[in-house]
Every structure is written in C-alpha cells, then in structure tokens.
Design a protein around this ligand. Structure first.
Ligand SMILES: NC(=O)C1=CN([C@@H]2O[C@H](COP(=O)(O)OP(=O)(O)OC[C@H]3O[C@@H](n4cnc5c(N)ncnc54)[C@H](OP(=O)(O)O)[C@@H]3O)[C@@H](O)[C@H]2O)C=CC1
Ligand SMILES: CC(=O)[C@@H](O)[C@H](O)COP(=O)(O)O
Ligand SMILES: [Mn+2]
Length: 402
C-alpha cells in the first residue's frame, strides 16, 4: 500500500499533536511530508527528528536560523513564513493536509490546500467563518475533499447519508449542535467580570489550545461552529438548534423528518474525529478508549441561555452574512488575545465583538482581498476600542462607508 503523504499545519498545537499520535500508530498508512509551527521551533525540531518530514515550516521567520541549526544534520528542509506554509499545503506530492493552525492565520495555507485539490482535514474553523463562500468555492472548483475535524461537525458528517447534498433532499429536519456550556455554564452572572484566563481555559471535558478554550467559555466557539456548520452542510441558521449537553459524550445529532435522531457518541478525545477523517471512508484505531456507556450513566440536555452567552446570539445574527462573520471572527480574535493578556475582562469580550460587528457594515466579500481588508479593518476598530474604551468616530466611519 502506498503511504499517504500528510502535511500537518499547526503540528505543535493540541490538534497537531493528537494527529501525530494517531499517525504514529499507523506507519503502514501515513508518512509525514511536512510539519509547521508559528514560533515553537524547539518543539517543531523534536517532532521533525521523530517523523523525518521532507519539510519543516516555521511561520515566524525570526526563528528560521534556530530551526535550521537544530535540523542541520537531518534531511528535513526548512522553510519560513506564510509562503512556506502555502508551499507545503499545495505541494504536488502531498495527499492530505491537516489544517490545525489557530485563527485567521490558517486561512491562506488552508485555502492553498483547497485550491490544489487536496484532501483537507479541517480543524481551523476560523477559515470558514471568515471566508466561507470563497473557501467552499475553492473546494468545489478544484475537486478538493473536505472532511470536518471539529468534533461536532465530524459527528454530523458521520450521521448524514454518504450521498448528502443538502438538508431537504436528505430528509434532515434539524441539526442538533451540542455544546458543553464550558466552565462557566452555572457560574453566577455577577462573577463573569472577574474570571481569570486560567479559569476560562479549564474546560470541563476537553484539553485544547487557549484560544478555543476561551471561545468555549464564552460560547463563541459554538457560535463559530454554527457558522462552520452552515458552510459545511449548506444550512441556514434556522436549520440548527444549539443544545447544551454538559457531558460532551454525544458530539452532535441529526434529526430526520421521519422522527429519527442519529447521534455520534464517544469519549471526548479529538483522536476519534482525527482518525475518522484520516482514514475515511475506512476506519482505523485511534488510541481512544471505548466509551463505557454504563459508567457514563446519564446524558443531560438543556437550552442555551443567550443572556448568559451573548457571543452565541451575535453568531446567530452574523451567520449567513459574509461581512458580519468576517468582522465577528476578527473582533473576537482581538478580544480573546486581550483577555488572555489581562487587558480585557471576560464579560467585555461580547461587548467588544458586538460594538465592532455593528460598527463595520460592508458588502459581503467576494474576493480574498476584500476578506483580508474587512478582517484588517475590524481588527483596527477593535484595537481602537481597547485603547480608548470606545469607538472613535473618524476611523470607524471611514471603514463603515467603504
Ligand atoms: N484543540 C481542540 O481540541 C480543537 C481545536 N479545533 C480548532 O483547531 C484549530 C487549532 O486549535 P488548537 O490545536 O487547540 O490550537 P493550539 O493553540 O493548541 O495550536 C495552534 C497551532 O497553530 C500554530 N500557529 C499559531 N499561530 C500561528 C500563525 N500565526 N501562523 C502559523 N501557525 C500558527 C501554533 O504554533 P506554535 O505552537 O508555534 O504557537 C500551533 O502549532 C483551531 O482553529 C481550533 O478552533 C477544533 C476542534 C477541537
Ligand atoms: C473538541 C471540540 O470540538 C471543541 O470545539 C469542543 O466542542 C469545545 O466544547 P464546547 O462545546 O464547550 O464549545
Ligand atoms: Mn467543536
């Protein structure tokens, strides 16, 4: 059997390392072609020494000399910058690309993989939120195969028929997108202003990177996932119900017109959706223990409280509006960075997101340049808001008019 050549973008992160853990179990199926990181060059060098990829890419070029030196006695070739990421995502010898860079930084390399017609294993939900229309167009135009890694979307994918095109043809009446509710599901509302980054990153069920952990705590993660689901499965926000399920054992459900509800269950461990997508349509072992349904004992469900989680309300508002989604994603990245840096209280993440989203109203972007311009302008307005505690009329006015 020919070894499948795999590029892992974001190899040093939570999804990247889980992917390598699955790959390590299947040396007869997968060969690592390229690995990338942003700045963690030592961790990247260690992974390269173990997996011997053809390329290592460090996104921040200031670390290039250090990585080159660390790998000088190995055959791995070292690249840097976004051009390096795009090169290993689109390389003719690559079969599949794990898109596991966090945030908007993942867009260009993930888009390069789609444009090169690769099998794209998509964890980087922000790429779809900021440029869903362009991304899906690139997938269709270039014959790429798009497989969702996000646990909920992977679950939905598994519960849909293999020949799925759209909800009504498939007899789907609702998508039930499950959410854990995060670490603050039952926290007193007046305590939200005081929560620390450590508390926000202590997810009850999943060990993840810091940005997605904060998003889970604000439920912006579920909002981003709503928009992600709309693009992946050609849905409108009205087709999706968010359901709080604190145990994270059911990873999402599909309700059909005949009353059937199909669910995908499993222990909360990302190696399951990663193994599923890597081997699809086959199945391989992932290292995840079988679900002990007796020990699980109970599965609870409740409706989300949009007053407690205003970020989720904002995402329902933005879904289906290309500009608002791009703006919301950018504002949220600025807000989460500021929260993690101790410059913004947790309860003001939603406030910043709402201010920027309502301030920057533009036409739906239909080119990559427009997406990148809206993303830049939204970040500028968000930084202004952080610096001055409010939006200054001059710049936001200019941005809104353009
Ligand atoms: N973790 C999880 O369980 C899940 C994650 N996802 C999604 O997967 C993506 C990755 O999440 P996660 O693994 O948790 O994140 P992490 O923060 O753990 O890892 C992010 C990875 O991206 C790299 N990176 C960060 N910034 C840049 C940049 N500017 N340019 C290039 N590379 C960069 C990091 O490199 P370095 O280490 O050098 O900083 C690291 O390899 C996110 O979009 C998230 O929403 C979806 C579902 C579940
Ligand atoms: C593992 C995964 O897919 C995360 O996106 C997870 O869903 C986060 O949990 P929340 O449901 O708390 O957002
Ligand atoms: Mn998820």
């Amino acid at each position: 059997m020919r070894l499948e050549q795999l590029t892992i973008l974001g190899a040093t992160g939570s999804i990247g390392l889980s992917t390598l853990d699955v790959v390590r179990r299947h040396p007869d199926r997968y060969q690592v072609f390229a690995l990338s990181a942003a700045s963690q060059w030592q961790k990247l060098a260690e992974l390269c020494i173990e997996f011997q990829p053809k390329y290592a890419v460090i996104a921040d070029p200031q670390f290039l000399p250090l990585l080159e030196r660390a790998l000088s006695s190995y055959a791995t070739e070292v690249l840097a910058g976004v051009e390096g990421l795009q090169c290993v995502a689109a390389h003719k010898d690559v079969d599949a690309v794990m898109a596991a860079i966090v945030g908007a930084a993942g867009l260009l390399p993930t888009l390069a993989a789609a444009e090169a017609g690769k099998k794209v294993l998509l964890a980087n939900k922000e790429a779809l939120v900021m440029a869903g229309h362009l991304f899906m167009q690139a997938v269709h135009d270039n014959g790429a195969v798009l497989l969702p890694i996000d646990s909920e979307h992977n679950a939905i994918f598994q519960c849909l028929p293999a020949n799925y095109v759209d909800a009504s043809t498939a007899g789907v009446s609702k998508i039930l997108l499950t959410a854990s509710g995060g670490p603050f599901r039952t926290l007193a509302l007046d305590a939200f202003a005081e929560v620390t980054p450590e508390q926000a990153c202590a997810h009850p069920n999943w060990r993840m990177g810091r940005k997605i952990s904060v998003d889970s705590a604000s439920m912006m993660n579920k909002g981003l996932e709503l928009i992600e689901a709309c693009w992946l499965f050609d849905l409108t926000p009205a087709d999706v119900n968010v359901v709080i399920h604190p145990q994270s054992v059911i990873h999402s459900m599909v309700q059909y017109v005949d009353g059937s509800v199909l669910a995908q269950l499993g222990n909360p461990d990302m190696r399951t959706p990663i193994a599923h997508a890597l081997a699809w349509p086959e199945r391989i072992t992932s290292g995840v223990a079988p679900l002990d349904i007796i020990a699980t004992a109970r599965l609870d469900f409740e409706a989300p409280d949009l007053a407690r989680f205003p970020c989720l309300r904002l995402a329902f508002e933005a879904a289906g509006n290309g500009c608002a989604s791009t703006v919301l994603n950018a504002a949220n990245e600025v807000a989460v960075d500021a929260f993690l840096a101790g410059k913004l209280s947790f309860d003001r993440i939603a406030e910043l997101n709402e201010q920027v989203m309502h301030q920057l109203v533009d036409t739906t972007p239909n080119s990559l340049d427009q997406v990148l311009r809206i993303d830049r302008e939204a970040r500028l307005i968000a930084h202004q808001w952080l610096d001055h505690g409010r939006l200054r009329g001059d710049l936001s006015h200019t941005a809104a008019k353009r």
